[in-house]
Design a protein around this ligand. Structure first.
Ligand code: HEC
Length: 83
C-alpha cells in the first residue's frame, strides 16, 4: 500500500521534462509556458498536434512519440510544478 502510493505520487515520465523546457521555459520567446497549465488544455493541445488540427511540425513529431498515458503523465507533472 505504501509502495503503491509512492509510485502514484511520482509517475514515471515518458520523456525528460527538461527536454520540453528547452523551448518552454517560463518567459521563453520560443514557446508558451507549460508550468501550471491546466491538464485538459495540455492534453487537448497534444491531441491536436497528433491529429494535425494544430500544424506545428516540431510539436507534432513530439506528440506522435507519446501515448495517452505519457501525455497524461506529463500534463499532471507540469500542472503540479506550479503548486
Ligand atoms: C523545439 C522547441 C520545442 C520543444 C523541445 C517542445 N516544444 Fe512544445 N511547443 C513548441 C512551440 C513552438 C509551440 C507552439 C506551436 C503552435 O503554435 O501551436 C509549442 C506548443 C506546445 C503546447 C501547446 C501550448 C498552448 O498553450 O497552446 C504544449 C502542450 C506543448 N508544446 C508541450 C510540449 C511538451 C510536453 C514537450 C516535451 C515533450 C514540448 N512541448 C517540447 C516548441 C517546442
Amino acid at each position: 500500500m505504501i509502495l503503491s502510493s509512492l509510485l502514484l505520487s511520482s509517475p514515471l515520465l515518458a520523456v525528460d521534462p527538461e527536454m520540453c523546457m528547452g523551448c518552454h521555459r517560463p518567459g521563453s520567446p520560443v514557446a508558451p509556458n507549460l508550468i501550471g497549465m491546466p491538464v485538459d488544455h495540455f492534453v487537448a493541445a497534444m491531441m491536436a498536434y497528433k491529429t494535425g488540427e494544430r500544424p506545428d511540425p516540431t510539436m507534432k513529431a513530439l506528440a506522435m512519440a507519446l501515448n495517452d498515458a505519457d501525455i497524461a503523465g506529463l500534463a499532471a507533472y507540469f500542472r503540479a510544478l506550479a503548486d
